[in-house]
Design a protein around this ligand. Sequence first.
Ligand code: BGC
Length: 765
Amino acid sequence: MKRIVYIYIISVFILSCTTKEQPRITHINSSSLETVETEKKIKSLLAQMTLKEKAGQMLNIGLPAMLKGNYWDKKSSYSFDTTKFKKFIIDYAVGSIHNKPRIPVSKEEWYQIIKKIQDSAMSNTRLGIPVLYGIDNIHGANYVTGSVLFPHQIAIAATWNTELSYLASNITSYESRAASLPWNFNPNADIAMNPLWGRIAESFGEDPYLISEMTNAYIKGSQAKGLNDSTSTAVCLKHFIGYGAGKNGKDRANALIPENNLRQYFLPPFEKAIKNGAMSVMISSNAVNGIPCHINKHYITDILKGEFNFKGVVISDFSDVDFLVDSHLSAKDKREATKMAVNAGLDLIMNPFDVDVADYIVDLVEKNEIPMSRIDDAVTRILRLKFYLNLFETPYNKPENYIDFGSKKHIDANYKTASEAITLLKNKNNILPLSPSKRVLLTGYSANSINLLNGAWSRSFLGRDTLYNDPTKLTILDAITAQIGTNNIEFLKGTDYLEDINSNEVLKAAKNTDCIVVCVGEIPATEKSSDINELELTTVQQELVKKLSKSNKPIILVMVQGRPRIIREIEPLVDAIIMAYLPGQEGGRAISDVLFGKVNPSGKLPYTYPKYSGNILPYFHKKADIRDKKWGFDGFFPQFEFGFGLSFTNFEYTNLRLSKDTLKMGENLKIFVDVKNTGDREGKEIVEMYSSDLVSTRTPDLKKLIGFTKINLKPDELKTVSFSINSKDLASIGIANNWVTEEGEFEIQIGGNPQKLLKSIFYYK
Ligand code: BGC
């Protein structure tokens, strides 16, 4: 039961301009494409289809399976193998294809590939249904040469600027469509609960609200003009669900998620995204509570298709029917796995190598092991997406019509995104920004690598091939050199990821420098290759910093990494810390511009940065989680908190006020706070708003993010920021596993630094 406590009375007056800087993005919901006419067309087509044709529609194969050579061959190009092509496209009339040629290709080459597939599918099969081509263009149209490569999602989350998520997605969509790629396996709406998880870089971080906002801006960026527009791509939300919560932090590891946590943290970003028009969802490869998501009927059919009324396509992850047999050991063979997955609600099976699942589907239906109604439901959804994308009319797009592909406009947007993401985590004695006349010693594994800035999914899957890098893009070394000239910079690599190269020489060189910039990083990796056993930054990279600290020269640590690698021992040895995440192709420029003050950093952490591997908690933990040995409640001491990030200027928060002292159901509560730039530089500030339910029957999280905005302030400028909330914003999942807002006291907390939030209590009745 809640205590009833006295409430503050807060007078309401609005000073200066009330601000809401991020413009609202209008949005065409997919339901606006749902017409009686389209549904009729789908029905009529379905009525003409044989069982084999339906099973073919449910198959998504990998492009390399139709190319000459074997699937994993890295050398050969994209010539089709005539026999395989005929088998997949004509004989089986596969509904969908994913993946890329073995070497990166241009939009013109993509056009040739897609045109050949669509022309054959539409002219040489009985029903002429176009193929739905899907691709992981997850940070820009990364599988189309010449496209811009944006920062990874974690960096976009760090901007806390939904406009930039919109923009990145809008450009990605345009540049994908320039290559005739209409369906993107993104955004990633996973809740990254474990910083060990390698794909945290592909996510929007740990907070469900930030993830929802960023995901929705992303969806709008891809689909706002309507899916049938020739610059739109259909998004595919992934991964449903709990991929980012693997218990041991490994790729595709089992997650333990009780129903209340599922509903409180994991489902909301998906639910909102579906409301806002997401027309496809990819199922997570992992198991949750020991049940592989691919066979979890409760998740797929009851929740996703039932509760959320999802009308789109549910696709499996890569080879996941095999995974049910080989890895989860849940099915005795592939036939049984196909049956379990389709009966659980899977519509499209990503079965990269062959058509066997289509044969199983036919057999399973004929033997009454999968009902025909389930198959019809699956095919209806697949056809619906094809109609919405207008593929029957426009199965491919002329590359020459996309004149903004790789343009300066797109590059500028990319640079802006990288710049706003960079998060300043320490700046002792205002060592930054550096004066361009200072001598800099640059060192470290990530100092001179485009691949490390780009991370995985960059032209190639792991993004490690230097061959495919754009020679016009600048590494950190290139960008600093361009900024301060060759005379003032010395570069020595120091270390690799795991091995010392010449750290003693770096120490010697430190004598002749004014400051040292050490750029650490992670090997570009994703999925299994990104698994690690230690969250600590690799020993050799830490040793380099320790060694250099003996020089008594100021050290600036630049981190180029998706994960928050533990830096507890070296943090006290450095004067400034810049988190660059995986900032993409313009990251070198953006980092250099922060170092030398052309850009005033404005990113904030989208995850909790742990200090100890034995003390990993998201910021939304319970009070008892942080009970310390002295029986106090001070056991949460991350290296840096979620929402933390410094600027070269200072922002002062005053005058937090609420429009009423008691909020009732159905009413709105307005919240105002004044933010002033008290420093001498223009800067952007992220205003974060949290709520705390002070007493709730199900132990409450200590706080949860319920609003944020990013504002720009000139020196001395003051803006009043306003938010409006209602009882739903305060709700949490209660004992009966539904959303409740219990009567009682709540606290609003607002600020730009999680350790210095202004607080005010009100009563909810
Ligand atoms: C990944 C997905 C990706 C799919 C297709 C899988 O291995 O988990 O995120 O969309 O491959 O490339």
